[in-house]
Design a protein around this ligand. Structure first.
Ligand SMILES: C[S@@+](CC[C@H](N)C(=O)[O-])C[C@H]1O[C@@H](n2cnc3c(N)ncnc32)[C@H](O)[C@@H]1O
Ligand SMILES: Nc1nc2[nH]cc(C(=O)O)c2c(=O)[nH]1
Ligand code: SF4
Ligand SMILES: [Mg+2]
Length: 196
């Protein structure tokens, strides 16, 4: 059984797969407590793997499942990934902070390391490769991410409720990408679109 905060159908709003219709499976619970975390994931309902597959299968048109949370790597296993793949035929992506090894069969790994942020250093990143590295940018030194192999590298502005601070955070990302063009900008387009 897994504690599920929500399962919903929307567009992937971040990173390389932005704009892709996706079923999000948000698992409850995390090993980090990032001050800037934009997600309330604590509440949840216990669901079996079969329940989760059944709910995801309600969106047969979706090409992609995004496992997120909370920190999904704490809770998922080979069984869940295999059952989702077998039961829905969809590609499986994960959003992870990288502090736990991943089960087999995941098609797309988005790694968003939290080292250097409050609490992040106590839980080192164990993944050394990913499909995309997606860094929440608050002016930190980008050379710290050189050791992580990634096909794509994104800086994502840190969302905060204050609109003017949000603008400043976006501008900081633009300037960082102009100075370090091996990185690209990831905007949270679901915020622009006012969708989930
Ligand atoms: C809520 S997290 C869940 C997955 C996983 N725990 C992680 O941090 O990668 C999903 C994505 O949102 C990003 N994120 C969290 N808070 C954010 C914020 N305030 N602004 C921008 N991105 C944020 C995370 O870095 C991660 O890439
Ligand atoms: N539309 C949309 N795209 C997302 N990509 C990653 C998300 C997440 O919270 O993990 C997320 C989310 O919450 N909504
Ligand atoms: S690791 Fe992810 S879910 Fe956990 S607190 Fe940080 S941003 Fe939020
Ligand atoms: Mg989100």
């Amino acid at each position: 059984m897994l504690k599920v905060n929500e399962i919903f159908y929307s567009l992937q709003g971040e990173g390389y797969n932005t704009g892709t219709a996706s079923v999000f499976v948000r698992l409850s619970g995390c090993n980090l407590h990032c001050a800037f975390c934009d997600t309330r994931h604590e509440q949840g309902t216990m669901m079996s793997v079969a329940d989760i597959v059944e709910e995801v299968a309600r969106y047969p048109q979706a090409p992609l499942v995004v496992l997120t949370g909370g920190e999904p790597s704490l809770f998922i296993d080979d069984d869940l990934v295999a059952a989702l793949k077998q039961g829905t035929g969809k590609r499986i992506a994960i959003e992870t902070n990288g502090t736990h090894a991943l089960p087999a069969g995941i098609d797309w790994v988005t790694l968003s390391p939290k080292q250097g942020f409050e609490g992040g250093d106590a839980h080192p990143v164990v993944l050394d490769r990913c499909d995309e590295l997606k860094v929440v940018y608050l002016g930190q030194d980008l050379s710290q991410y050189q050791g992580i192999a990634a096909t794509h590298r994104y800086l994502q502005p840190c969302y905060v409720p204050d609109e003017r601070q949000c603008q400043r955070n976006m501008q900081a990302c633009v300037e960082a990408v102009l100075a370090h063009p091996e990185w690209r900008l990831s905007l949270q387009v679901h915020r622009v679109l006012h969708i989930r």
